[in-house]
Design a protein around this ligand. Structure first.
Ligand SMILES: [Zn+2]
Length: 429
């Protein structure tokens, strides 16, 4: 679906108010009346929010309870990063935008492919449409792999923390980013990769005053540290401080997450894993299926490509109902749906789905073969991950009060994290 742009003129004898409105994937978005910053805090499980509200480390976000809006929303399934960042910037579910995971099996070639560009994207974005309509837009993402989707067909500023030193006017609409932010580009595996992206948002707002900024972090901290651990508190407190700075600069700030995060280990710290391809091979014969983990990400080493959702592709004709019934008997598996049902229930694109989908419960992960997953990289940490239904709830926060229509929509529900642009642009007083 191509985004279209319309100019609405307010017919008034006393003023010439003109508002830009764009239509994207069947929904309309007004150009921001004041600077607006949408932040996607990667892996920001509601448990971090509750913990930070209780112990005082999130004073700014907590204040939204009085001055704005604090709620919860559902993320897209699978609860993975690419899927949800794409849902958020398109305002649409995966059935519309096509990005149903970080990693997929190409049905035509049999190749297993990691998504690092916009070639699978099937629609336009809100940022792109507003940018082309003349709204000054900026995108900063911690992870470079997201940049091509987030800034798809968007004129304006767009760069990643990961490649900050490479940012130049021609490709990124900005240069000397390290000087702008005031420190060198951080390590790829660090909490500072995210904080650099957020600090860049503050610096861009001060220096260039974009009307609309999208900031996306990495879940490095949340994969490693549970709510209440000092590292998690310190990170989220730093996020809160950035939000306070953005508000002080006059911005409306909207915050959500791409997915939640849960502990996936037993009491003694052993990861709870179902190696589904091994199980299916043992029961139905070697080479019966290929299990694809859409959370897989060679650039991330803290979850061993293990999450709570996988797609099962048959390598040769087989008894799908029997395989599904077998999967349901495995401890830790909470839901098994065939291709059609998983697409109907979770708004997924049918032509990109496996033969069936398997969800593990909130404290279990499901993988392919034991040899596909390197858990040595946990380096002593408990396994924390996402991908399934246990990570579907995410915070949905607004720094300013909602107008009456959007208060009602929030109360009636359900809210999706991909409603955040709609609420931030159309729904605040
Ligand atoms: Zn994520």
């Amino acid at each position: 679906m191509t985004a279209s742009v319309a100019e609405l003129q307010t017919d008034s004898r006393t003023q010439f108010a003109s508002a830009t409105i764009v239509e994207v994937n069947g929904r309309t978005y007004a150009a921001p009346k004041r600077p607006t910053v949408v932040i996607v805090v990667d892996g920001f499980d509601p448990a971090y929010l509750e913990h930070g509200f209780a112990n005082g480390t999130l004073p700014t976000l907590k204040s939204f309870g009085q001055s704005g809006f604090v709620g919860l929303a559902d993320c897209s399934i699978p609860s993975t990063t690419n899927t949800n960042n794409t849902s958020i910037v398109t305002g649409a579910p995966p059935a519309v935008h096509g990005i149903n995971g970080n990693y997929y099996l190409d049905a035509d070639t049999g190749e297993e492919i990691m998504i690092t560009d916009a070639s699978r994207l099937r629609c336009g974005t809100i940022l792109g449409a507003l940018g082309r309509a003349g709204v000054h837009t900026a995108v900063v993402t911690a992870k470079d792999k997201l940049l091509k989707v987030l800034a798809y067909q968007m004129p304006g500023i767009a760069f990643s923390s990961e490649h900050a030193h490479l940012a130049n006017l021609k490709a990124n609409g900005v240069e000397d980013v390290e000087a702008l932010v005031g420190r060198p580009q951080p390590d790829q595996y660090s909490a500072d990769l995210s904080l650099f992206a957020l600090d860049a948002g503050v610096a861009l707002l001060s220096a260039f005053k974009p009307s609309l900024i999208y900031l996306s972090t990495s879940d490095y901290v949340q994969h490693k540290h549970a709510p209440g651990e000092p590292e998690a508190d310190a990170f989220h407190h730093a996020v809160d401080a950035v939000v306070a700075k953005l508000i002080a600069l006059g911005a409306t700030v909207a915050i959500t997450a791409d997915h939640g995060m849960n502990d996936k280990s037993t009491a003694d710290g052993t990861p709870k894993v179902v190696y589904l391809e091994d199980e299916l091979d043992a029961r139905f014969g070697a080479g019966a299926v290929r299990v694809i983990c859409p959370i897989a990400d060679p650039f991330v080493r803290h979850h061993g490509a293990l999450g709570s959702f996988v797609r099962v592709h048959l390598r040769k004709p087989g008894d799908i109902p029997a395989m599904m019934a077998f999967c349901r008997t495995l401890p830790g598996i909470e839901l098994v749906l065939d291709k059609q049902d998983v697409c109907n229930q979770f708004d997924l694109p049918l032509d990109r789905e496996g033969d069936f989908a398997v969800f593990s419960d909130r404290h279990t992960v499901v993988g392919a073969r034991r040899q596909d997953h390197d858990l040595s990289q946990l380096a002593g940490h408990r396994l924390r991950s996402h991908g399934g239904l246990g990570e579907q709830k995410v915070p949905f926060l607004m720094s300013r009060p909602l107008n009456a229509e959007y208060r009602k929509r929030a109360a009636d529900g359900p809210l999706h994290n991909y409603d955040i642009f709609d609420f931030a642009l159309n729904g605040v007083e």
